[in-house]
Design a protein around this ligand. Structure first.
Ligand code: NAD
Length: 419
């Protein structure tokens, strides 16, 4: 594992970033108090039966952090490391992410503490359906709209949507996004987060005077985000010098054949045994000599210690929360530019918004239209963040939080606090 083991609250650390921007905005203490408390945290048991007949009980979570700007929005994570603290931090980040790209959503997140690698497809379906059934009253197209996250796929979204629709006795595709195309998904959604990573990276590279055709990129994580980002970086002429997943990292200074890696992962479910690069550790990947580094796996990947040794000039956060606050300080001191998670990986939720809108209209857009609108949304807001950073002498992260918090506060003030 290359994640940093830390005995601190992830939500507590997330609040540290919030406070920095709140200071810049001179936010009053009442508003700070409201914005640092989740609206609703739901914890429940998921009894489930293994294929062998044996019963087990997992724990499920849904945290609805804010409804100030619209229905909750945020993915569902199936992972052994899921805790209430982690889900709350992820819901908190979703609030700022939706606001930073100006979507009419609040922030939410969900998860089940389980190890999907030990589950058969029918076991996964049973867990998903029970998880969805427990949430029927609190989710819905105008309440809270889940989506995929780590280890949850379009198929998982299809089971979720079907379970919800069965309970409310009507077809409700808009209750989740990230669905398969055949049942109300959007074209371009599967690769949207990776596409968003590359859109932000290309724009920032241009800003920094870097030529994409001469740039080298290392990517940690080869799932929904990392794999599509790798593919799209290669498509745009960048040299992808390293890839990795939970099985290890694979490095080739001459450029990894991304297509071969995609084919390998499709065949074997991961990169184990991939021969297109020298085997290195995930920790080594982060310190490679490259221009752009994309963490696209889990949180807490950068500590003060390894941030001091990172050689990349630009870090684009595909994962949520990969940089600890100490590492962020080191990056700032060293002049390493970081596009923060709430902007870098906002492509996914942006196309989720498009999917939700298309479901409500019952009219579906062409892929080119989705991609063009995605680029518009991301670049418009990235440019606003950059202008704030320049004006205030802040990092892109603090500037992104400043823009997002300001938008949420405006919505809250207009609605009024129902106290
Ligand atoms: P995924 O389950 O599809 O892929 C995760 C990848 O990370 C896998 O390749 C896995 O092998 C790898 N991985 C796990 N532990 C690792 C480790 N210790 N070192 C290296 N690699 C490791 O998940 P995803 O949807 O690609 O999500 C990745 C990150 O991006 C998460 O932080 C998630 O919250 C964030 N994110 C995802 C989306 C989305 O649309 N899927 C949107 C925004 C943010």
């Amino acid at each position: 594992m290359s994640t940093v083991v830390r005995d601190v609250s992830i939500f507590g650390e997330a609040i540290a970033y919030f406070n920095e921007a709140a200071d810049l905005l001179e936010l009053d203490s009442g508003m700070r108090r409201i914005l640092t408390h989740p609206t609703r945290q739901i914890i429940f048991s998921i009894p489930f039966q293994r294929d062998s007949g044996e019963f087990e009980v997992f724990t499920g979570y849904r945290v609805q952090y804010s409804f100030a700007r619209g229905p909750g929005k945020g993915g569902i994570r199936f992972h052994p490391g899921v805790t209430l603290d982690e889900v709350t931090a992820l819901a908190f980040w979703m609030t700022w992410k939706c606001a930073v790209v100006d979507l009419p959503f609040g922030g939410a997140k969900g998860g089940v503490t389980c190890d999907p690698s030990t589950l058969s497809s029918s076991e996964l379906e049973r867990i998903t359906r029970r998880y969805a059934a427990e949430l029927v009253e609190v989710v819905g197209p105008d309440k809270d709209v889940p989506a995929p996250d780590v280890n949850t796929t379009p198929q998982v979204m299809a089971w979720f949507m079907d379970t919800y629709s069965m309970h409310v006795r009507q077809n409700q595709p808009g209750v989740v996004t990230g669905k398969p195309l055949e049942i109300g998904g959007s074209r371009g959604r599967v690769e949207a987060t990776g596409r968003g990573v590359t859109i932000c990276a290309m724009d920032q590279m241009q800003q920094m005077g870097m030529d994409p055709k001469r740039a080298s990129v290392a990517i940690q994580g080869f799932g929904n985000v990392g794999m599509h980002a790798a593919r799209l970086f290669a498509e745009r002429g960048c040299k992808v010098v390293a890839l990795s997943d939970v099985t290890g990292a694979y490095c080739n200074p001459k450029g990894v054949d991304v297509g071969a890696a995609v084919a390998h992962a499709a065949k074997f479910r991961n990169l184990e045994g991939f021969t297109g690069g020298e085997r290195i550790s995930n920790a080594e990947l982060l310190l490679l000599d490259c221009d752009v580094l994309v963490p696209a796996a889990l949180e807490n990947v950068f500590s003060a210690e390894n941030a001091a040794k990172v050689k990349a000039k630009l870090v684009v956060e595909g994962a949520n929360g990969p940089t600890t606050p100490e590492a962020a300080r080191v990056f700032k001191e060293r002049g390493i530019v970081v596009i923060p998670d709430i902007m870098g990986n906002a492509g996914g939720v942006t196309v989720s918004y498009f999917e939700w809108a298309q479901d409500r209209m019952g009219y579906f857009w062409k892929e080119a239209e989705v991609n063009e609108r995605l680029e518009d949304v991301l670049l418009e807001n990235l440019h606003q963040i950059r202008a704030i950073a320049d004006k205030r002498g802040a990092t892109l992260r603090t500037a992104a939080y400043t823009l997002a918090i300001d938008r949420v506060v405006k919505a809250l003030k207009l609605r009024g606090i129902y106290a």
